[in-house]
Write a protein that binds this ligand. Structure first.
Ligand SMILES: [Zn+2]
Length: 172
């Protein structure tokens, strides 16, 4: 990939410029960058483990204490809609309320954060957690950590640079 392969999309008008076409999911990127001031970088993947959980149409629950790195006691699964549609974009934005990641039913994963280094690290962590959940579920019935414990963990994460996830349209 070369710099000239990058496609620019105007955040206000949605106007596209460049030699190539933007990703079919650019409406998701656009909607998140408009509505989430904390979304300075966004990664969308079809990673095998997160996508497998998305095919179960389940939230990824607090099967491990690192799940609240993504902002809460679960990574929600956005309802299915056809790829590239505004309906899918709306579903993903809703599932990402006060979260840094959302599964997309029968599709994949979206992660957002302050820069690409952070978001890439979180994307890899989401894959690891989804694999843990799938492996533990295959072996038995995994114990899910309760919300009170997740609140304690979220408070401790603040010391590691993972502060609370701001609300939509709220840079606080
Ligand atoms: Zn996709």
């Amino acid at each position: 990939m070369q710099p000239e392969d990058i496609v620019r999309v105007d955040i206000s008008s949605g106007e596209v410029s460049g030699k190539r076409k933007p990703s079919s999911e650019y409406p998701i990127h656009l909607a998140l960058m408009r509505e989430r001031p904390d979304a300075q970088a966004i990664i969308h993947t079809h990673g095998a483990n997160t996508t497998a959980v998305s095919c179960l149409r389940r939230d990824l629950p607090a099967v491990h204490y690192l799940v609240p790195l993504f902002g809460g006691p679960q990574i929600r699964c956005a309802p299915y809609a056809t790829f590239g549609t505004d309906a899918l974009s709306t579903n993903v934005v809703t599932a990402l309320h006060r979260r840094r990641a959302a599964l997309m039913a029968n599709h994949g994963l979206v992660v957002l954060g302050r820069d690409l280094d952070q978001v890439l690290a979180l994307t890899a962590e989401a894959e690891t957690l989804a694999k843990l959940y799938l492996d533990a579920s295959a072996a038995g019935d995994p114990h899910i950590l309760d919300d009170a414990e997740m609140e304690r963990v979220i408070k401790k994460f603040r010391d590691y640079g993972y502060g609370p996830v701001p609300d939509q349209n709220n840079s606080a």
